[in-house]
Design a protein around this ligand. Structure first.
Ligand SMILES: Cc1cc2nc3c(=O)[nH]c(=O)nc-3n(C[C@H](O)[C@H](O)[C@H](O)COP(=O)(O)O)c2cc1C
Length: 221
C-alpha cells in the first residue's frame, strides 16, 4: 500500500487486538518518528505497552479497547504548534497505515499518564494517536461535498480536485470538516473554521491535500 492508497484505506479504529506490534514494523515506525522530529522540531514519542491511558472511564465512553500503544504528540509551545502537530502527526498516521497498522487521533477521550512520556520545559502535549492492529479496518463515514469546503469548479486543475478529495478523507475532530481550501492562481489558501481543534484539523487536512494533489509544502499561500 502506498500513501495515496492509505488515504482512502484509513479510518479511525478504536478497538485493537491485544498482540504487540511486530519488531520490524516497530523499528520502521521509530525511525520514521525520529526523522519527523528532526524535520519538524517536534518531540513526538511512541509510548509502548502502556494500557492505562485508554482504560479509564473516558476511553470506555469513547469505545476504546485493547489500546496498549499510542503516539504522544508533544512540542514547544508556539502559534504553529497545533497545526504542526496535525501535519506531522498525519504523516505518521498515513505511514503507519502503509505498515498495516491502524490509528485514531484522540484529543479528549483518554487519560493523561504523565510518567509515560517526556514534556521538556516550554513544551506541551497537544494530542495522542492510538496505534496497533485493529480488530477491523474501521468504517467509511459521511463527508461534506467538495463544493462545501473549496472553490472547486469544472475548470479547476486535476491536481486541485484530487487534493480536495484527499482533504475530505482527512480525519477531523467529531468529523466537523471545518476547513476551506481556496485555489488562488496556482497556489492554495487553507483556512481553519471556528471550533474545537480546528488548527490541528487544518494541519491534517494540509498533509492529506499534499498527498492527494502530488504537490509539496510550497503550494500553500
Ligand atoms: C483533532 C482530532 C481530535 C479527535 N479526538 C477524538 C477523541 O477525543 N475521541 C475519539 O473517539 N475520536 C477522536 N477523533 C477522531 C474523529 O472522531 C474521527 O477522525 C472523525 O469522526 C472522522 O472519522 P475517520 O477518522 O474515520 O475519517 C479526533 C480526531 C481529530 C482529528
Amino acid at each position: 500500500m502506498d500513501l495515496r492508497e492509505a488515504l482512502s484505506a484509513r479510518h479511525s479504529v478504536r478497538q485493537y487486538e491485544e498482540r504487540s506490534i511486530e519488531e520490524e514494523t516497530l523499528n520502521k515506525l521509530e525511525v520514521f518518528i525520529r526523522e519527523i522530529n528532526l524535520d519538524s522540531g517536534l518531540h513526538i514519542q511512541l509510548v509502548k505497552n502502556e494500557p492505562k491511558a485508554f482504560s479509564g472511564t473516558l476511553a470506555h465512553y469513547g469505545n476504546f479497547s485493547g489500546v496498549n500503544n499510542y503516539i504522544a504528540v508533544v512540542g514547544k509551545k508556539s502559534e504553529r504548534l497545533e497545526e504542526d502537530a496535525g501535519y506531522y502527526g498525519q504523516k505518521i498516521v498515513l505511514y503507519a497505515q502503509t505498515l498495516g497498522l491502524n490509528t485514531c487521533w484522540v484529543a479528549l477521550t483518554y487519560t493523561k499518564v504523565p510518567s509515560a512520556f517526556k514534556i521538556d520545559q516550554g513544551e506541551k502535549i497537544v494530542i495522542v494517536i492510538s496505534i496497533g492492529y485493529g480488530i477491523d479496518q474501521g468504517k467509511t463515514r459521511s463527508s461534506k461535498s467538495a463544493d462545501a469546503v473549496s472553490n472547486i469548479d469544472s475548470d479547476s486543475p486535476e491536481w486541485f480536485k484530487e487534493g480536495v478529495e484527499a482533504a475530505l478523507l482527512a480525519p477531523t475532530a467529531v468529523n466537523q470538516q471545518k476547513f476551506k481550501l481556496v485555489l488562488i492562481d496556482d497556489k492554495v489558501k487553507a483556512k481553519a473554521g471556528v471550533g474545537f481543534n480546528t488548527k490541528i484539523d487544518l494541519g491534517i487536512v494540509k498533509y492529506n491535500f499534499e498527498v492527494g494533489s502530488g504537490k509539496d509544502h510550497d503550494i500553500w499561500v
